[in-house]
Design a protein around this ligand. Structure first.
Ligand code: G6P
Length: 606
């Protein structure tokens, strides 16, 4: 959701700023731009569309300068155009911004009344004009920034470049991430450690309402008018970890990392020798928890829904799940002693973060399952139980999802043990099933040819249905979401039991119906739905195991045989073929898989 980067440098910065944008493009990709100082004057190049357009522009009109800022945009206010692309500049200051300035109309009215002329339709221009107005009143850049911050409402990460000050950048954050990078005689600011990884590994994360004055050799951080210290950490990320390797897309690379994401996460939460989970230490006892609430957005929400089945079944614990954007405004009553879990790859999703804050206001203990340990959700939680999926760049979440499921299942098992609802023998069986998962996942990845054949058929459809029951129902939802967002084919996920209450009207020979159907205690029920689709001339596509294929495969339009696994871990395995199906259908359709239209990762606005 908009990526920003800035360098106070000693060598020409434009190539490195553009390289940084390449690593931030997952946050938005409708336009991009870069600004530097040339003889003290702000100069910029901007281009609508993908970063390659900006690169082409810079090829024709290079931009020198040793201090600069850059931005890749996901439009919120103001259409996609070069004039709305960041950096947004006046003759005094250039600004890159991630987030939304909620009071921009009010600020603009004031500034226009002062005689200022706005050149863009963005909310960000209110920041640039306000800063300019303060600078023209003889304030220093530092004073102007403090005065500007006091006027801003909403969410922002900002980096500002000042005319005549090649030794200075000023950054600020509220509800959007911003990291400071420490170099040798150079300093950096960026939306995340990924952007800065090839420049430096020494990173400090700014906190809410921090602003930072960056010089060649120092970063002075302020909060509420006072200097503050933010710890410098060494990130484990390296530039090499965030390339595509030999893969055509980040999504393909990241799907191939499912086995490693799952095993790295398992290593943290299992004790294979004891055939038991080794839960993280928690600031509550599962025995005393009256209710668990799990909140998340997008794919992470489907992980939450699967978690609900697991906690209810294994730990007999009442669970409520809701998507962040609904939960944050529902004013749901929450019980004393309750626990709220936030599930998020980025740890920055605005709606999930707001839901977490609501739960905190209701006295809940907050546990977050995040992939980015330095994220806002991690900071605002009582305890974090991280996934170890590694950086995920593709906009569509893949390996973070399977890693989230692993964390949720191991936590549900430990809750079951604590609450006395799960026997040691069953725990041992589940642990064995989990230990085998990375190999089973690798087998599924190996069946890509069969999945490509199915995907080529699905790619011809206009509408596709996905059906599942129990924990396979959220996998059906995930399959439908992935197909929609990557291939732009309309798809819907349904619990198979609801087929007869509406979606059966859609069954036709040109509507493939994907059945997510491991052989579990609901296998007979899903078989009935399958027969109903078949009897009406539909095109059932069966994702099942050997027993399921033996039972229904002959009537399927296409089928995929998956390894036998304990039904409790089946959703972790079945997540992979539904993702692969969407990937290969999108490939057949020729869509932009890593950067689907209108989408972005790390959605820090409402
Ligand atoms: C975006 C991404 C999804 C992701 C969702 C939640 O919509 O495209 O893939 O599932 O955000 O993101 P989070 O970082 O909170 O898991």
């Amino acid at each position: 959701m908009c990526g920003i980067i800035g360098i106070v440098g000693i060598n020409p910065v434009t190539p490195r700023l553009v390289e940084g944008l390449r690593r931030l493009e997952y946050r938005g990709y409708d336009s991009s731009g870069v600004a530097t100082l040339i003889n003290g004057h702000i100069d910029r190049r901007r281009a609508e569309g993908k970063l390659t357009n900006l690169e082409a522009r810079l090829g024709l009109e290079p931009l020198a300068g040793t201090t600069g800022i850059a931005h890749t945009r996901w439009a919120t206010h103001g259409g996609v155009s070069e004039r709305n692309a960041h950096p947004i500049a006046t003759d005094r200051v250039a600004v890159v911004h991630n987030g939304i300035i909620e009071n921009h109309r009010e600020l603009k009215a004031e500034l226009v009344a002062e005689g200022r002329r706005f050149d863009s339709d963005t909310d960000t221009e209110a920041v640039a004009q306000l800063l300019t107005s303060f600078l023209e009143r003889q304030m220093s850049p530092e004073e102007a920034m403090a005065a500007t911050m006091a006027r801003l409402k909403g969410a922002f990460a900002l980096v500002c470049l000042f005319a005549g000050r090649h030794d200075l950048l000023i950054g600020a954050r509220r509800n959007c991430p911003l990291a400071v990078g420490y170099g040798e005689g150079e300093m950096y600011l960026g939306s995340d450690a990924l952007a800065l990884a090839p420049l430096t590994r020494r990173i400090a994360y700014l906190e809410e309402d921090d602003w930072v004055v960056l010089r060649h050799d120092e970063a002075r951080v302020f909060n509420a008018g006072k200097p503050v210290t933010r710890e410098i950490k060494t990130t484990a990320l390296s530039g090499a970890m965030i390339g595509k390797g030999n893969h055509r897309h980040f999504m393909l690379k990241e799907m191939h990392e499912h086995p490693e994401a799952v095993s790295a996460t398992l290593r943290s939460y299992l004790d294979p020798a004891a055939r038991a989970v080794s839960p993280p230490s928690l600031p509550f006892d599962w025995k005393d928890v009256p209710r668990l609430t799990i909140t998340a957005c997008g794919t992470a929400y489907y992980a939450a829904q699967i978690g609900k089945y697991w906690f209810e079944r294994l730990a007999r614990l009442p669970v409520e799940t809701d998507i962040g954007s609904e939960f944050r405004y529902r004013e749901a009553p929450m019980p004393a002693g309750g626990v709220c879990m936030a599930v998020s790859q980025s740890g920055e999703t605005a709606d999930t973060l707001a839901a977490l804050r609501y739960a905190r206001s209701q006295g809940q203990t907050i546990l977050s399952i995040v992939n980015v340990k330095e994220s806002a959700m991690a900071r605002e939680s009582d305890v974090i139980v991280p996934t170890h999926a590694g950086p995920e760049i593709s906009v569509a979440s893949t390996k973070a999802f399977t890693a989230q499921l692993v964390v949720l299942l191991t936590l549900a098992i430990s809750a079951g043990r604590a609450r006395g609802t799960l026997s040691a023998a069953r725990e041992a069986e589940l642990v064995d099933a989990l230990i085998e998962l990375p190999s089973r996942l690798a087998e599924v990845l190996g069946s890509h040819e069969a999945i490509v054949a199915i995907a080529n058929k699905v790619a011809e459809a206009r509408d596709v249905l996905y059906l599942g029951r129990g924990t396979s129902y959220p996998i059906a939802l995930e399959g439908a979401l992935k197909l929609k967002e990557l291939s732009y084919i309309h798809a819907e996920g349904y619990p198979a039991g609801e087929l007869k209450h509406g979606p059966i009207a859609l069954i036709a020979e040109d509507v493939p119906v994907v059945f997510v159907a491991p052989t579990d205690e609901l296998a007979d029920k899903i078989a009935s739905a399958f027969e109903q689709v078949h009897a009406r001339g539909g095109k059932p596509i069966l994702f099942s195991d050997a027993a399921g294929i033996a039972r229904l495969g002959s009537k399927a339009f296409a089928s995929l045989c998956l390894p036998d696994v304990d039904p409790m871990v089946a959703p972790i395995l079945y997540a992979v073929p539904v993702q692969m199906l969407a990937y290969y259908a999108a490939l057949a359709k020729g869509t932009d898989i890593d950067q689907p239209r209108n989408l972005a990762k790390s959605v820090v606005v409402e």
